[in-house]
Design a protein around this ligand. Structure first.
Ligand code: SF4
Ligand code: FES
Length: 154
C-alpha cells in the first residue's frame, strides 16, 4: 500500500489533502466538510478521525471506498480510481433546501465562485449568506444548529 499524504495548493485550486492508495486515491477539502459523518460511519476502517492519516484508502477495496465517498454530501471527499474511471453524476440533478436554508445539490453541476467554475457532482451551498467559504456552506449560519442534521435526507 502506498500511504502518502500530501497537500496540493496550486493558485487556481482549493487546498486539498490527498490520500493515495493502490486502487484509489481520495482527496479531502477540509473547508467543505460539514461533519455529516457519512464517511466514518460508512467505512470506519478507512475513515478514522482519531488516526493520522485519517484516510487509509487501502484499508478496503476500491469500490466500497468510492461508494462511501459518493455519500459525502458536501463534496469535501472526492475519489480518483487508478483505472481512470470517474464519478458519474446523479440524474436527474436534485436540489434540496434544508430547514435552515442550506442547499444540498447532487448532479452534473458547474459551481461558480472565487475559485472559478468547478465541475461538481455533490455540493452543499450556502443559502443564508453567512458562509466564509462562498458559495459553499461552512456552517457559520443558522445551519450550525443540530436540528438541521437530518440523516435520512442526506
Ligand atoms: S461525509 Fe463528507 S462532509 Fe461528512 S464528515 Fe465525511 S468528509 Fe465531512
Ligand atoms: S447556509 Fe450554512 S453558512 Fe449559510
Amino acid at each position: 500500500m502506498t500511504d502518502r499524504t500530501s497537500e496540493r495548493t496550486p493558485d487556481e485550486t482549493p487546498k486539498l489533502k490527498e490520500y493515495e492508495g493502490e486502487g484509489i486515491t481520495v482527496t479531502f477539502e477540509p473547508r467543505r466538510c460539514l461533519h455529516a459523518a457519512e464517511c466514518v460511519h460508512g467505512l470506519p476502517e478507512v475513515f478514522d478521525l482519531s488516526r493520522r492519516p485519517w484516510v487509509l484508502p487501502d484499508a478496503a477495496e476500491a469500490d466500497p471506498v468510492a461508494e462511501v465517498v459518493r455519500r459525502c454530501p458536501s463534496g469535501a471527499l472526492q475519489y480518483h480510481p487508478t483505472d481512470g474511471s470517474v464519478e458519474h453524476p446523479d440524474a436527474p440533478t436534485s436540489v434540496r433546501r434544508t430547514p435552515s436554508g442550506r442547499l444540498v445539490v447532487r448532479g452534473d453541476l458547474l459551481v461558480s465562485g472565487a475559485l472559478g467554475d468547478r465541475h461538481e457532482t455533490r455540493a452543499v451551498l450556502c443559502g443564508c449568506g453567512a458562509s466564509g467559504n462562498q458559495p459553499y456552506c461552512d456552517r457559520s449560519g443558522p445551519c450550525a444548529e443540530p436540528d438541521d442534521d437530518v440523516p435520512e435526507a442526506r
